[in-house]
Ligand binder design. Structure first.
Ligand code: ZN
Length: 241
């Protein structure tokens, strides 16, 4: 199984978390970065755990610092070849960073992904439509809309364009997330933890991916083993791993 979205740099005992994940059958962890510092740490973690951790470099809308845009983007550009994706990137209309600044950074980073022919891992909180439109209009070939909880209309466009969505253990508690994932075809769904996000009061780590699989299995009425097999195959194909 592959956790396609983990903030491994935010987990204190990352080595322990990697081991615990492997023990429950998580063979790969896609570690995402959010800014210059976490991108550097993500690359270091990928070096330390090269058999398991696959790096992605990003610039999260929460972390945009207008002074650091150029340095962050050139660092991504410089190290992207060894990465499996660009992410986490996107738009968040509930954050204080101005929309116009977010649009500018997101567009830049999408072009960067295209230049390197890398897939994009998208954060689209309260901005689903615009995120999809920008990804589509920039001609991004491969994209996953992570923890997708947006409207069905946007989901349809995502699926029609050949893109993907991913789900988290929040399937157990979030009606919006369940609704979106229920309507997405299993072959377009990836599984993740978004660790160390807390679910029902407990901080997560990649080993909790088995809970995502369990919830997806219940929602789709498909056996867990089949869910694990299909989502793993999808992740391999999407990220070329
Ligand atoms: Zn995330």
């Amino acid at each position: 199984m592959i956790d396609v979205h983990a903030h491994l740099n935010e987990i204190e005992d990352a080595a322990g978390a990697v081991e615990r994940a492997r023990a429950v059958g998580v063979s790969r962890i896609l570690a995402v970065g959010m800014d210059l510092e976490s991108n550097r740490r993500t690359l270091a973690l990928a070096d330390e755990h090269s058999k398991v951790v696959l790096p992605a470099l990003g610039y999260h809308p929460w972390n945009i610092d207008t002074e650091e845009v150029t340095a962050t983007l050139s660092h991504i550009d410089e190290h992207l070849e060894r990465c499996v994706a660009v992410g986490e990137v996107g738009l968040d209309y509930k954050t204080k960073i101005k929309k116009s600044v977010q649009w500018e950074v997101f567009a830049e980073v999408l072009r960067l992904a295209n230049r390197h022919r890398k897939p994009v891992i998208v954060h689209s909180r309260f901005s689903h439509q615009r995120c999809h439109r920008m990804v589509s209009e920039e001609g991004v070939g491969r994209a996953v809309f992570h923890w997708f909880s947006g409207p069905l209309e946007t989901l349809k466009r995502i699926i029609d364009d050949g893109y993907f969505v991913s789900c988290t253990p929040a399937l157990a508690t979030s009606a919006a997330h369940r609704k979106a994932i229920r309507h997405a075809p299993l072959k377009r769904i990836l599984v993740e933890t978004d660790c160390p996000v807390s679910y029902q009061g407990r901080a997560s780590e990649p080993a909790l991916l088995i809970e995502t699989i369990r919830q997806l299995s219940l929602l789709k009425r498909v056996p867990e083993k089949q869910v694990a097999r299909v989502t793993t195959a999808t992740a391999r194909k999407l990220f070329h791993i």
